[in-house]
Design a protein around this ligand. Sequence first.
Ligand SMILES: [Mg+2]
Length: 241
Amino acid sequence: MTSMIGALLFDLDNTLLENEIDAFISAYLAALRAYMSAHLPVDAFVPHLLQATQAMVANEDPNRTNAEVFDAAFFPAFGRTREELAPLFDDFYATRFADLRSLTRPDPATRSLLEWAFEQGVPVVIATNPLFPRTAIEQRLAWAGVPVDRFPYALVTSYEEMHAAKPNPAYYLEIAGRLGQPPEACLMVGDEWEQDVGPALSVGMVAFWISGPDQGVPEGAPAPAGRGRLADFARWVRGVV
Ligand SMILES: [Mg+2]
């Protein structure tokens, strides 16, 4: 059978890695704030971080990476340079970020699914919202049991790589462009309708919605090609790749 699928795109949190995201973000911000409190005015830290994050979400300038947008918004807010402060972030991710692992669990279907996908020779993309440095994504992939040193992903959408973010359809079009694939040949797998499935469908991608039976497709929205848990996707995808 000739495959219609030219690339598989996977969201990370609550798609490949079980991660109660509100609790995770709270713990992440608390840990980062505590680490930075020795170096920066602590009351301003989280507001400036969130404001710079919003600037990345709004980015769609093909000439500016999300990291460049973050840097331009964040560091001048403290009157400091990236060169001064970047080593602090690097050290946080090298020494503290791993403490958050206990808040996550690998989905039992993840590893065998990705082993199968690589056996098929289909390019695999980690399509997680590109608001984080590559190290934060690589560590979460390791927690999910599918580390970058074992799985040669075609693309991991970190903030250093990308020029748009979810839910902007430009993010999905950038992935397809980077792969040299038409959007129609890309299959996006994700758990959030607003961030993953809706915008992927809007640019013509095929989408599988990681969701429970109690979750409804939004009124008037197109139906995804399939839905269910990741184990359900693993069975379903064998019929289309
Ligand atoms: Mg997700």
